[in-house]
Structures are given as structure tokens and as C-alpha cells.
Design a protein around this ligand. Sequence first.
Ligand code: NAD
Length: 248
Amino acid sequence: MENNQNLASPVVMISGAASGIGKSTALAMAEQSNRLCLLDLNKQALEELKLQLQEKCEIITLCGDVTDATFIQSAVNEIEHKFGRLDYVLNNAGMTSVSKSITDLEFEEWHRVIDVNIHSVYYCLYYQIPLMLKSGGGSIVNISSVLGLIGIKNRAAYVTSKHAVTGMTKAAALDYAEENIRVNSVHPGYIQTPLIAHIDSEMLVAKHPVKRLGTAEEVTALVKFLWSDEAKFITGSQYVIDGGYSIQ
Ligand code: NAD
């Protein structure tokens, strides 16, 4: 079977690419002159990133909501049309839930988190995998969270959604292991990005044995490892990157 990894210029698809972990990964991959397809809801931030990267690499940017299956389908169609293949994927777009107990949560609040954090990953896999199969295989990383492995008080929708990503990763890994598609999940602790800007950072730092938050670049380094040939025997695995948060 064709080995598509460690390619000279792989085609990379990243959701939630305009900020935080997605942006850090887009920047890192653009440095290597790869071909990128970047998705995000935030049109302005996406446009700014495009301006920053378009000198360095071939790039498609698409503004839309990852909970819209037709948006994901058209993104993958555009990748096939422009680049003809798909090699590395980071399914990363996600949101936190409000801090409420289950019985205080509004149905709409629950459904939005479930939609953004679970259904989007399913739609992405649904459309990405057939193109990867045509390309001879590929490597997918789904961003879960430490809260996809353990719980926390008053974040039921987030904890549930991230556990689902952990399970979906294993299911997809088994479905396509024989076809040279690897699927792994990454489980960050608290990472310094706009996603957690509203939470008291001193309180968060204190929860991590290493006494600091993680950086988006540290998560990117792990994603790049999982995409690479160095990780070619790794599939269906859950990689924790949390400064010791979850071992206590
Ligand atoms: P971020 O807010 O910096 O970036 C997320 C990006 O996703 C934003 O650009 C946002 O516009 C985009 N996005 C959100 N919803 C979208 C939608 N429906 N459609 C399209 N784009 C959408 O956050 P981040 O910290 O980089 O988070 C990335 C991923 O990492 C998320 O899945 C998050 O749950 C996960 N994560 C983050 C942390 C952390 O502490 N920052 C910890 C564990 C897991």
C-alpha cells in the first residue's frame, strides 16, 4: 500500500484554524510549504491568517460552521478539486459549555455543544475518509480534551462531547486500520488560548502539577508527531498533553 506520510508537500485540512491550537498548527505546517485547507467560523481572523500564509504555501480558506454537513462536504470537494488528495487532518474546532449543573443547563446550550464538538467531527470523518482512501491513506487527529477521559463539575455537555470524540476516534481507527488511515485523539489540559480566556488563569495554573498552562505550540508538536511516519504504528490511541493535570 502506498505510504503517503512524511510527503514532500502533504495536503492538510484543519478545522477551527483561525485561533489557538488550529492556528498554531496552520502556522507550523505553512512553514513547510505544504498545501492547506483551513476552516473557521471567524471570517476576519481567517482572512488575516490567509494574508499571513499565502506567500508560503498553497492555501484554501473557507468560512463556515462545522456543524453544517454540507459545508464540510463542499470543503472536502474543494480540496479534491484543487489538490486531488488529502493526507493529514486536524479536527479541532470546538467550544466550551457554560458552567452549570445538568438540571440548570438549557436544552439549546446542551445541543449546541454536542453539535459543535461531536457532530462536526462525525461529518468531517464522513467526508474526509473517502478522499483519503482515494489518496492511499492518511493520518487524522481529533482534538478531544483531558475532559474526554475524566470528568469535572458543572461541564456536563463539554465532558460528554469530548468523551464521544475519544470513542469516535477508536471506532474510526478500527474501521480503516487496514486501509492505511490512522486516527488518534489528543487530550490537552488547559492550554493558553482564547477559549479559556474567561477562566481565572491563576486558579487553572494551580490545578496543573507543572504549575503552568500549556501552549498551543506544544499541542501542535504532538499533532505533527501523530501525523508523521514516526507514529506509523499508532492508531486509535489517546494522547494526553496536560502537565500532569489528570494523573492526580
Ligand atoms: P480557540 O477558541 O482559540 O479556537 C477555536 C477555533 O474554532 C476558533 O477560531 C473558532 O472560531 C473555531 N470554531 C468554533 N466553533 C466553530 C464552528 N462551529 N465552526 C467553525 N469553526 C468554529 O480554542 P482552542 O483552545 O484552540 O481549542 C481548539 C480545540 O481544543 C477545541 O476542540 C477545544 O475543545 C480543545 N481543547 C482546548 C483546551 C484549552 O484549554 N484551550 C483544552 C482541551 C481541549
